[in-house]
Design a protein around this ligand. Sequence first.
Ligand code: PRX
Length: 594
Amino acid sequence: MITMDPTANARDERIRKRPEDYPGANLSNYEDFIGKFAWDQARALLDGLPGGGLNIAYEAIDRHLKAGRGDKLALRWIARDAKIRDFTYSALGAQVNRFVNTLAEHGIRKGDRVFSLLGRVPELYFAALGTLKNGSVFSPLFSAFGPEPIKARMTIGQANALVTTEAFYRRKIEPWRKELASLEKVFLTECSANLPPDTIDLAAALAQASEVCETVQTLPEDMALLHFTSGTTGKPKGAIHVHEAVVAHNVTGKLALDFHPDDIFWCTADPGWITGTSYGIISPLTNGVTMVIDQAEFDAERWYRILQDQKVSVWYTAPTAIRMLMKTGADFAKRFDLSRLRLLASVGEPLNPEAVLWGMQAFGKPFHDNWWQTETGGIMITNFLAMDVKPGSMGRPLPGIAAGIVEHLEGGSVREITKPMAMGELALRPGWPSMMRGYLNEEARYKKCFVNGWYLTGDLAMRDSEGYYWFVGRADDVIKSSGHLIGPFEVESALMEHKAVAEAGVIGIPEPTAGEVVKAYVALKDGFTASEALRKELLGHARQRLGPAVAPKDIAFRQNLPKTRSGKIMRRLLKARELGLPEGDISTLESEER
Ligand code: PRX
């Protein structure tokens, strides 16, 4: 029985675990395990390519086929209309091979960049694994992006091929395709009889392709995945991940998500973001579990039905979704038979203690928060199944991961702070297999992340006396809305393209369900007057260019925006004013703005 200690105050509150709460857990004694763990052991859990080398897709599929596990269900896909398509490991492998042969037939080779812009459809999974097996680099884009974020990422990534739907292509790619000379091949799904010029019908190509192929020889350090992320300033950054990352994807699945061969796993994240790739494709497959994929968007009843009917045992979701479920009440959850659920995990944004505790009411189990980033490639800090959960804490570092809290010193260096509950920047000692190997063509931005042997995460956090980490906030201006990381600069740039906009400043405003929502402040050019009609026009302009996942939900007009003397918009001040918080140090504010 999992019990809660109701007498403890918020920070000391803990959900105690007893051995009967985690029978057969892969990690049952944290201290013991940490002391013995070495990355070489994790490497030894994988096969490697025949003849040397390492390839993510081979570890995800071919290895199981070789070991006679081809009949095991790999992927159960639930279509929007609730129809089901099942793929065993061998059926999935056959589709992946068809995709590899299609790429090869069209001249897409090792090292070439293959982007996807798809909803959660089976072709996305064929494309991800097929691209990796072909030795090409896979870069997934979120299907709710508008044309601008797509164009920016495909241009930075120098895309050679794209897999998307005909409708997305016509609306979001075709208008600017000619500007991207590297983009040679466009494969379309859901095609009409009237295929756009210079595109390939993917279904027809797959139907003609052979189901047999060899894995292209890749080495552990060959680039495999390009995941875009955002910073405070400048364009999106393409975080480079290599095939060696699979070592961490695999072992963190065992340790943090406690994968066992009989598990039925549901990761609700979209593969357009890294959680949906590392843990929505690679980790469950390398661990040989069955994964459930739902094409549809969030719907509380539908989700409970999936958990019940598919007998989901390990569920990986996000705080925004948990908070949406909370709105429907714990009693609603109890109408369903959720007895197969044995591990509930959450990631991507702060998980409030109430949400952890609500898990106890609704499911009889807490949500296990964990922390990581696009840059880290895999889970770094987690509440392990076999460990007490402290609601509001992100948990403790994974075996093989050395974390710390550091303070910034004059002159640019950092120093670890060991005092319990002292706030500083969360930092990690680099060297684990899924750590990014660079930001594509952005050496200076990459180098800036490393100081005195630490990788600086950009998050502020605290560590308590038992080594549990507590998230405090971001050290920079990036916004987390519904778990999606949004760079304010990208939103400001899109607004600035409107003829009426002289300046734009974009911040995240706290919101109870989504965590934060995007708000923009706009100063107009001479000759334009603020009005409700113009506000709506700007909202529409941003939405059309950026897509609903990134566009601001609200826009406010200002005569001027607060700027530093060097002309940088002070988002921090916009936020303090919006929230009625102290303005802090405003010594760099331009004098006329005061
Ligand atoms: O600020 C932290 C927040 O999300 C950031 C990473 O976002 P992204 O690169 O999109 O990675 C997605 C894969 C998880 C972090 O720097 N974040 C992530 N997990 C948590 C979190 N904030 C609080 N609690 C978490 N558990």
